[in-house]
Design a protein around this ligand. Structure first.
Ligand code: PMP
Length: 412
């Protein structure tokens, strides 16, 4: 099992003062010391505006920014210029919808997406569909959070132009077979956009192997800083896409009446780039490579199996998605206690130093489909330990009884 908690100052600091079991990693992860050091290094000895300064510090900033892009490209098996830096997954997906979408969609076309999509990979397509007179077609999941072959055959048709889906659902925890779905979509003549926000850290990303047309992810969900993410796109597609933001350093030439634009990726990076976070993201990727994807997978699988096993006999607890460990089961576990307000469960866990997420998880259509207003969600990261899981199970076991007791006490 991995033992890396001490690399994360926030976790170490909190654990000195009491207990912190941070299991809201699908929202954001904590940062290892090497990432914090990289941020400090940038601002203390590296900082200048990349792609602008002709002095030494400026050229070095450009080199480091482009070197960061190259490291991330290598990490995902992509070409350097296919990596567009964005603010996060949300901005990356909006960029595809706003720039690529209108170039391929016509009235009557269909955009296919799972009912479990995060709003970031749903609302941009919804807006585009409305603007172009297209239809959204939802892939429905079964009780185990999976999408059947029949459902794919029924919904992906020659009318489908875009299939947009998360590799891992941020609620159901299912890892969808994106490669197979992409193959099916490509046969139908559609393009595939993968939201890798919840898979990048946990499963890695090899864009050649996944064989999609676009992929998006955020650094902050993978030990990197917030404020930076990536849109990866096939070179030939990026080259045809118009920019959506205009300004400094994305232009080739500007006259009094006309502008021509840089090639990708700079065409999509108007204004001062987020070079410090790109530099720190490179440090995060280096750290991940040092740990190794296989070790991350084995560690998280062991934690998830222990968690699912431990909560299986807590009678009023209902898990959404697959309640058992499986190859397509990630380390995100959403649940509710029958008849209990999830907010009270979240507060109760917080009072024991356990941080989970409670709410709709930016997946409101899925909440409607599941017939619930909100859920609790545990999401693990490689720094979580078996001790964390055991403590979590113990507190969950007590939660309903203790909450009822405290409500009754308040009523007296
Ligand atoms: N997609 C999925 C599946 C997510 O879980 C999230 C974050 N919760 C996002 C997209 C958006 O990520 P960000 O907020 O970093 O843009």
């Amino acid at each position: 099992m991995l033992d890396i908690k001490d690399d994360f100052p926030l976790l170490a600091n909190y654990n000195e003062q009491g207990t912190l079991i941070y299991v809201d990693n699908a929202a954001t992860t904590q940062k290892p010391r090497c990432v914090l050091d990289a941020l400090m290094e940038w601002h203390t000895v590296r900082n200048a505006n990349p792609h602008r300064g002709s002095y030494k510090l400026g050229s070095l900033a450009t080199d480091l920014y482009e070197h960061s892009r190259e490291s991330i490209a290598n990490h995902i098996n992509a070409k350097k210029d296919e990596v567009v830096f964005c603010r996060n997954t949300t901005e990356a997906l909006n960029l595809v919808a706003a720039s690529f979408g209108p170039t391929v969609l016509e009235a009557g076309d269909e955009i296919v997406l799972p009912v479990s999509e995060h709003h970031s990979n749903l609302v941009p397509w919804m807006q585009l569909a409305q603007a172009k007179g297209c239809r959204l077609v939802y892939l429905l999941t079964d009780k185990l959070g999976r999408i059947s072959k029949d459902e794919l055959d029924k919904k992906i048709t020659p009318r489908t132009k875009i299939v947009a889906l998360a590799e891992v659902s941020n609620v159901l925890g299912t890892r969808f077979p994106v490669k197979q779905i992409a193959e099916r979509a490509h046969e139908a003549g559609a393009y595939v956009v993968a939201d890798c926000a919840q898979s990048f850290l946990h499963y890695g990303l090899d864009v050649q192997d996944l064989d999609v047309d676009f992929a998006a992810f955020s650094a902050h969900k993978a030990f990197g800083p917030d404020g930076i993410g990536v849109l990866w796109g096939r070179e030939a597609l990026l080259e045809k896409m118009p920019p959506v933001l205009y300004g400094g350093e994305m232009v080739q030439k500007v006259t009094w009446g006309k502008a021509t634009f840089e090639k990708p990726p700079l065409r999509f990076e108007a204004g001062t780039q987020n070079a410090s976070d790109a530099f720190a993201f490179m440090a995060a990727v280096g750290y991940l490579e040092q740990i190794g994807q296989q070790a991350i997978r084995e560690h998280e699988d062991a934690l998830t199996a222990r968690l699912l096993e431990g909560i299986r006999d807590i009678a009023p607890l209902h898990v959404y998605g697959n309640p058992c460990m499986a190859d397509d089961r990630s380390s995100i576990v959403a649940f509710n206690f029958e008849g209990q307000d999830p907010l009270l469960i979240g507060r109760f866990l917080d009072s024991h130093g356990i941080n989970i997420r409670v709410g709709t998880h930016c997946a409101e259509p899925l909440m409607t489909y599941l017939g619930t207003g909100a859920t609790c969600r545990i999401s693990l990261a490689p720094y979580n330990t078996l001790d964390d899981i055991d403590a979590l199970i113990d507190v969950l076991r007590d939660a309903p009884r203790m909450i009822v007791r405290s409500v009754l006490k308040k009523r007296k």
